[in-house]
Design a protein around this ligand. Sequence first.
Ligand SMILES: [Zn+2]
Length: 355
Amino acid sequence: MGHETWDLIGHEETVRFLQAQIQRGTVGHAYLFTGPSGVGRRTLALRFAQALACAHPPHAGAYCGHCRVCRLYPQQAHPDLHVLHDPGGLKVETVRTVRPKLLLSPRDARVRVVLLPNVEQATPAALNALLKSLEEPPEHVVFLLTARSPEAILPTLASRCQEFPLRPVPYATLRDGLTARGFPLAQAAWLAAWAQGRPGRALRWAQQPDDWRAYVAQIQDGLQLLHAPLRERLAYAAPYRAADREAVQARLATWQALWDLWLRLHQGLSDPRGHVAGGEIMRAVARQLTLNQVLQGLQHIQQGLRLLARYGNPRLVLEGALLTWPRLQGRAPDYARAVEQLIPAAAGHEPKPVP
Ligand SMILES: [Zn+2]
């Protein structure tokens, strides 16, 4: 790790490829980084931009870490870096406002960089305006787009970009990346296991303990509901309204990860989540479920997520999933307690900087 490899966790091959382009002087005008949220699309795009713009690179493809670019790019505060983002999706006005600025020479970097995160959420009008800018980009401008997948955006837009699909980072790479940043091993192991290859997710949990606690609480809810009678399950779903779509989606996504883990354990696959804090609880639950129950549980959650994406009623979707779960005997195990000691007490826990 270090400035030479852009201080990233994972994605070494993509970094090497982009560095080689900088070294050979073959950098293009538009790039598209795809993959699941939290995998590192925006971070990678920003570090690429930093390496392109750094005033004193130690060698081509690296950045110095000290110049004005290196100080201001990570905070997205440099005047030659334009981050185009509107709540709810990019709007055409935002694209139009930035366009005249792109014609100007960069102020103190070598390039002007336009970063467009989550471009699949952009309005059609904004995408059209963007396409026009991409057709004849000024020599000194580089566009960096991020999206869930190339299929999620217009083919005409994707075809103008070099695409780099980012895959989940292997467990050991993520765990070691976290310990190198100063996290204690047990904490790094849990974060790496449950973030499932997404460094952004692991770091967000570590830096915002409330988010971490909320995720653990969803896991705990899943276990509790598995032991609960039907009336308790209905009571759990009852308060959710149409406006709670995202909250229900988040719960179902967490439970999908749970049932997916139980399926993997049933199939005899090794999974790091079964070996970090609370892992023995997960293995014990898997033993109490039959393979058929696990398959059905997973299937109903996936179906619920599909229904929610098509505007199904959040409460009914939640009920639909919960009523199909088998009921386990005895008291629910206390997963939250098994993990609580790993969660940093103070919000904004700052790990040591990377040496
Ligand atoms: Zn620099």
